[in-house]
Design a protein around this ligand. Structure first.
Ligand code: MLC
Ligand code: AMP
Length: 502
């Protein structure tokens, strides 16, 4: 078995070494590493179609969580392609945008997603290959893929209106994974209960790829449901769980609904796990404390970003401080800088900048945005923190136009430009409003063009056909005008205050 950081390009190169161990558990049954190795070789051969190397051709994946998704991802990487995971619940315009922007000419789809894949591929001029058909190919010779090649594009919202494709190389991914495997002491004996979406780094790198790299088992649930997750925890086989704060809030609510005997059983099952992690959004101290009361588990909070992988983490051993995201993970360098780009003095707030081998290569097709994202080799996260006793505490974000809801990042500008396409909306302003369940909610103030009354329900129904459901405003105010300053610029803090006073 190869060692970490010895030039291995990917998790795929490690699959054969774990042979008979269970890699994936999902609705379709159990898959060993050996089976995953064989299946991904077939997928690679089907993608290569007799050619030698995909040479970084982008291949989109539209598959529900489970072994088909993993076969697709590993097959693309073996064939030398760049994987572009799509979200199974996104409406067509979102999927089309990603296909067009990434230039993916092929969509690998599982049986359940073949229909939607055909529709969207047709509109974007791409082809669809089903996993069933790919898995019937005879294996061929894999190309040699060096670790500096591009491997993955994940779409993430930012301060610009449309999402940008974050490109990571095989080496970036290996660095992100080995950092976490080391810090959180993953082993072959681990079994992670995986409930996160597979188009974002949290679900892909932290949960799935760390498991595969370590020879552990990944128990993939088809989406999150609080009752279903508790049932799996009660089975007592999972050692690890990773989630966003909204999921812990939901699990707490489900526990509260149980009878005393059910609560006792849930408590003792959760207590038996090795590690539970929270991230992707700020973990409220009240959630951390309540979770500890009912499960005995003190959540390990960490901080990360699609562009950098995971950056900061509370310790596996040692004190996990409430409200803190800890210190830099292995191989990560972090610093806090002021507006002038110089490191701040001790104890002062500053923007987090990160450097290291896990930091992404580029925004796909956007050299200017890539250049603007870095300062002297450091990636500028846009998050503001302070350093207290060697630990970072996140204070917020520099931009009011970035919203984090249920762990998803949403651009207020993207939502605004979508809303302006509605016939009845003449002006609008979108903000994030603090919320106990979602962290923040997407909230919109609109000025209507006509007399008609636009209700929240009607707006949501319309919005869900164009935008991912988590981007669609769930709070709405209809006004005669927007709060503006004397220059006519919309005042976002005043917009937010309108909701906070409701
Ligand atoms: C869904 N709904 C929302 C919403 N999302 N309402 C308000 N705000 C939101 N954000 C509504 C739906 O419209 C629907 O209502 C109802 O909630 C149920 O929808 P759902 O799709 O079934 O939601 P659910 O599955 O329950 O989603 C909750 C969740 C999900 C927490 C499981 O949001 C989730 O998986 N979040 C994880 C995101 C993630 O992995 N982020 C990592 C990014 S990477 P209606 O009325 O329409 O029926 C990153 C880097 C790092 O951040 O550090 O990790
Ligand atoms: P994304 O762009 O979806 O990868 O989201 C990354 C962003 O999530 C970061 O820039 C932070 O704003 C936020 N984030 C991630 N983890 C945490 C955390 N533990 N606390 C606060 N914010 C977090």
């Amino acid at each position: 078995m190869a060692q970490d950081g010895d030039g291995m390009t990917l998790a795929t190169a490690r699959l054969a070494g774990y042979a008979d161990r269970t890699a994936i558990v999902c609705g379709a049954g159990q898959t060993t590493y050996g089976q995953l190795d064989a299946a991904s070789a077939r997928v690679a051969a089907a993608l290569l179609e007799g050619g030698a190397d995909l040479e970084e051709a982008r291949v989109a994946v539209l598959a529900r969580p489970g072994r088909d998704y993993v076969d697709a991802l590993m097959g693309i990487w073996r064939a030398g392609g760049v994987a572009v995971p799509l979200c199974v619940s996104h409406p067509r315009p979102e999927l089309e945008y990603v296909l067009n922007d990434s230039g993916a000419a092929l969509v690998l789809a599982d049986r359940a997603m073949a229909g939607p894949a055909l529709e969207v591929a047709d509109a974007a001029g791409a082809r669809v290959l089903t996993l069933a058909s790919a898995l019937s190919a005879a294996p061929s010779r894999d190309p040699d893929v060096c670790e500096d090649r591009r491997a993955l594009i994940l779409y993430t919202s930012g301060t610009t209106s449309r999402p940008k494709g974050v490109v990571t190389t095989h080496a970036n991914i290996a660095a992100q994974v080995t950092s976490l495997v080391q810090a959180w002491e993953w082993t072959e004996e681990d079994r992670i209960l995986h409930v996160l979406p597979l188009h974002h780094i949290h679900g892909i790198v932290n949960a799935l790829l760390c498991a595969l790299w370590s020879g552990a088992s990944c128990d993939m649930m088809d989406g999150f449901g609080a009752g279903a997750v508790w049932s799996r925890i009660l089975e007592g086989e999972a050692t690890l769980f990773m989630a966003v704060p909204t999921i812990y809030t939901r699990l707490i609510a489900e526990w509260e609904r149980g009878s005393p005997a059910e609560q006792d059983a849930m408590t003792s099952a959760a207590r038996g796990m090795r590690l539970m992690v929270s991230g992707s959004a700020a973990l409220p101290v009240s959630t951390l404390e309540r979770w500890e009361e009912i499960t005995g588990q003190r959540l390990l909070e960490r901080y990360g970003m699609t562009e950098i992988g995971m950056g900061l983490s509370n310790p596996l051993h040692g004190e996990r401080v409430a409200g803190s995201v800890g210190s830099p993970l292995p191989s990560v360098q972090a610093r806090l800088v002021g507006e002038d780009g110089d490191p701040v003095s001790d104890g002062a707030p500053g923007e987090i900048e990160v450097a290291g081998p896990g930091v992404f290569r580029e925004y796909w097709g956007k050299p200017d945005a890539t250049e603007a994202g870095f300062r002297e080799g450091w990636f500028r996260t846009g998050d503001v923190a302070i350093l207290e006793d060697g630990r970072y505490r996140i204070l917020g974000r520099q931009s009011v136009d970035i919203i984090k809801t249920g762990g998803y990042k949403v651009s207020a500008l993207e939502v605004e430009s979508a809303l302006l396409q509605h016939d009845e909306i003449s002006e609008c302003a979108v903000v994030g409003v603090a919320d106990e369940e979602w962290g923040e909610r997407v909230a919109a103030v609109i000025v209507t063009a006509a007399e008609g009354e636009l209700t929240l329900a009607a707006l949501r129904e319309w919005g869900k056909t164009r935008l991912a459901v988590y981007k669609v405003p769930s709070l709405l105010r209809v006004q005669e005008g927007l709060p503006r300053n004397v220059m006519g610029k919309v005042q976002k803090p005043a917009v937010r205050a309108l909701f906070e006073s409701d």
